[in-house]
Design a protein around this ligand. Structure first.
Ligand code: OOG
Ligand code: NI
Length: 464
């Protein structure tokens, strides 16, 4: 039985997201600048585009915008991943999707912890891209075992966090006071530690293997690697970053600029060089580590299987025609090629609906509501849209893109990280390490669209 005194997991998630943002702003002041930049541009965009404002208002998305962000963490062992899953479950966040980054030369596989239902997402869409290091991909056997031993020795959760997770699992929830305690304990796992657990020589060995391996193995815990606010206009953000003293990566990841954005577009700035004291260093000595960076994203429509297949095909075609990885020197060519290839992805809501490319919310218009109850049975949604009685509003994409994620990883790992690992992907291994299956995001979007359709037809009095 759930106690009436429990706060909802969504409220805990909102509280946690705010606490993470405050902590990260403290740790990385540039993140504060990024938030200002995004807030300014969002405000300008909404002022200039009243239709967009109205749409977001009607879709109840305006409120969540300022609170919207995703984080990224990298854990070192299956046990850590498993407990992270339990920790996020307290906040109503569950693993959605499987991302294999090894083909892109990044020795991790990942999932996104997030809320599942549109009502919960409205309270807090906070999500965390969570990667598990694949130690088995370290070629040097001695180093691999050393890394394994170092990771086996760390405890990334506070005793109180572990106790509160267990309590929540047992009782079915947390009261307000325990929820606040939980948030305060849980964020400790993700904070930055200026002291490394390894010597400078060990760090160098790990780093030489892969910078990401050093980032995971040499520290006390999975420090939050970036926290990404959501903008309504990423092209403006990209153009304005230099004015704020920030140098963006050369190309925006994801689809090109469109009238109706789809999926996810992201840009980032280079990782910070941060002071670190290694285990062999005394108070006067210092080394450094670069891993944490800033990222901004624009979210568009969730696409169907067909939409995703078309996206992947056009992205691959543009990349194939470019003939090399997108970078500084070919950024303009890449952008032109993307625009050219994506002309094949319809860019009106009607075309995307007719071709079943995007998931939609269905909103009855005032004109439709005035006719409520007078429709013939079996009036189709297509007819209602055609008549102007129902308006289409794309469902927001809540997930990530592996090619973009790889691009983000690589732009921050420096050169030499582009070789790919021969190892096959293994979702099953990941799921057994996580202790649960990952949820298929397509199913979630289809369910949200179906609920919206049902509510819409109900409001119009149309029998199905
Ligand atoms: C995660 C990179 C992926 C995104 O937004 O695609 C990611 C990482 O750097 O750990 O955050
Ligand atoms: Ni990210």
């Amino acid at each position: 039985m759930t106690s009436p005194n429990f706060v909802s997991p969504s409220q805990i998630r909102a509280q946690f997201s705010a606490a993470m943002s405050a902590m990260y702003k403290d740790e990385v002041p540039l993140y504060g600048t990024l938030m200002e930049l995004v807030a300014d541009i969002n405000q300008n965009t909404l002022q200039a585009d009243q239709d967009l404002r109205k749409n977001l208002q009607q879709a109840k998305e305006l409120e969540r915008l300022d609170e919207e962000r995703h984080g990224a963490i990298r854990v070192g062992t299956p046990e850590e991943l498993h407990t992270i899953g339990r920790l996020f479950a307290v906040m109503g966040m569950h693993p959605v999707g499987y991302y294999d980054l090894t083909p892109a030369g990044v020795p991790v596989h990942s999932t996104a912890f997030r809320a599942l239902h549109e009502d919960e997402l409205r309270v807090s869409p906070f999500r965390v891209f969570t990667s598990l290091l694949r130690l088995e991909l370290i070629e040097d056997a001695a180093l691999r075992e050393e890394a394994r031993a170092i990771l086996a020795n760390r405890q990334i959760f506070s005793p109180d966090a572990l106790q509160l997770i267990a309590q929540c699992e047992q009782d079915g929830g947390l009261c307000a006071e325990d929820a606040t305690r939980f948030v305060n304990e849980a964020i400790k796992t993700f904070r930055w530690h200026g002291e490394s657990t390894v010597s400078s020589a060990q760090y160098k060995d790990l780093h030489d293997q892969h910078r990401l391996i050093a980032d995971v193995v040499a520290f006390k815990g999975p420090h939050i690697n970036h926290l990404t606010p959501r903008t309504l206009d990423i092209d403006s953000v990209q153009a304005s970053m230099p004015k704020y003293g920030i140098t963006p990566k050369a190309v925006i990841e994801g689809p090109p600029t469109r009238q109706h954005p789809i999926l996810l577009r992201q840009t980032s700035f280079k990782a910070l060089n941060e002071p670190v004291r290694f285990a062999d260093q005394d108070a006067n000595e210092q080394g450094s580590h670069t891993a944490r960076f800033g990222e901004i994203e624009q979210r568009g429509a969730a696409v169907t299987h067909q939409g995703r297949a078309l996206y992947d095909r056009l992205l691959n075609a543009a990349r194939a025609e470019l003939g090399e990885a997108p970078a500084e020197h070919n950024a303009e060519t890449y952008s032109a090629l993307m625009q050219k290839h994506f002309e094949q992805f319809p860019d009106t809501l009607e075309q995307m609906f007719n071709n079943d490319l995007v998931y939609f919310n269905y909103l009855p218009t005032p004109k439709g509501l005035a006719k409520a109850g007078s429709y013939d049975a079996n009036t189709s949604i297509a007819q209602l849209i055609q008549a102007g009685d129902v308006r289409l509003s794309p469902i927001v994409y809540e997930d990530f893109l592996p090619v973009s994620a790889a691009g983000i990883f690589q732009s921050n790992l420096g050169d030499g990280a582009n070789s790919s690992y021969a190892q096959l992907s293994n979702q099953e291994i990941f799921e057994s390490q996580l202790g649960q299956s990952v949820i298929d995001e397509q199913q979630l979007y289809a369910q949200t669209a179906e609920r919206s359709l049902e509510q819409c037809l109900h409001a119009l009095g149309v029998q199905r």
